[in-house]
Design a protein around this ligand. Structure first.
Ligand code: AP5
Ligand code: MG
Length: 214
């Protein structure tokens, strides 16, 4: 089962992708997480990506596409995978389709987690991310047991640099300009499923399971 998670920044792609990966036992591939891990480790890729990410801009397609194509060709992806944050532009989607076509494969579902901009702006200020393992929480909607400390690994929680209000607005603008056209692209491909992302996260997941099957 090969799944793409679409949706604005903060729509809940990562939250749902983790649940999908656990239930269907397939890898969760988040380009944002891959870049953040590279930034943390001080790699060349991380240095390049950071200059774009901190401004709320997309990392250039050429830095993203090969990385994902290599990843989905690894052995653990044989049963499928869930892509979170990729593709994010029409050229990325076309490159992915071309790479899969060479293997005689295609994507099965593109799930659009639909959330209006105003709800997103309210959500992002409350998100907290772990500096250690990258787990994501929310002050109100997904609180930790001990304030400021990750439930999973015990490290500190921070507000992501790109979750500052002015950068969130920029990311939303970039989303509408460059990523939203993918909704048409996957509608035409016949694999788009739209779900309401404003309801409780467990109900969002139920809607996804209704689509993917038990
Ligand atoms: P990335 O990490 O992908 O960020 P994003 O798309 O902006 O998405 P987020 O991770 O911010 O949100 P999400 O949809 O995963 O929401 P979450 O589940 O955390 O990318 C970061 C940057 O990397 C990009 O800006 C770009 O620069 C670069 N990049 C990455 N991929 C790229 C690509 N392919 N091409 C070019 N550049 C790329 O949820 C958000 C919050 O809401 C959390 O606190 C959560 O707990 C809470 N929440 C979730 N669901 C609900 C709910 N139903 N109700 C209430 N709260 C909820
Ligand atoms: Mg995410």
């Amino acid at each position: 089962m090969k799944i793409i998670m679409l949706g604005a920044p903060g729509a809940g792609k990562g939250t749902q992708a983790k649940k999908i990966a656990a239930k269907y036992d397939i890898p969760h591939i988040s380009t944002g997480d891959i870049f953040r891990a590279n930034i943390k480790n001080g790699t060349e890729l991380g240095k390049k990506a950071k200059t774009y990410m901190d401004q709320g801009l997309l990392v250039p397609d050429e830095l993203v596409v090969d990385l994902v194509v290599d990843r989905v060709n690894q052995d653990d992806c044989e049963k499928g995978y869930v892509l979170d944050g990729f593709p994010r532009t029409i050229p990325q989607a076309e490159s992915l389709d071309a790479a899969l076509a060479k293997l005689g494969q295609k994507m099965d579902y593109a799930i659009d987690v639909d959330v209006p901009d105003q709800v997103i702006v309210n959500r992002m200020g409350g998100r907290r991310a772990c500096v250690g393992c990258g787990a994501t929480y929310h002050l109100v909607y997904a609180p930790v047991k001990n304030e400021g400390i990750c439930d999973t690994c015990g490290k500190e929680l921070i507000l992501r640099d790109d979750d500052k209000p002015e950068t969130v607005q920029k990311r939303l603008n970039v989303y509408h300009e460059q990523t939203q056209p993918l909704i048409d692209y996957y509608t035409k491909a016949g694999i788009l499923k739209t779900i309401d992302g404003t309801v409780d996260m467990n109900d969002v997941f139920k809607a996804i399971v209704d689509i993917l099957g038990e």
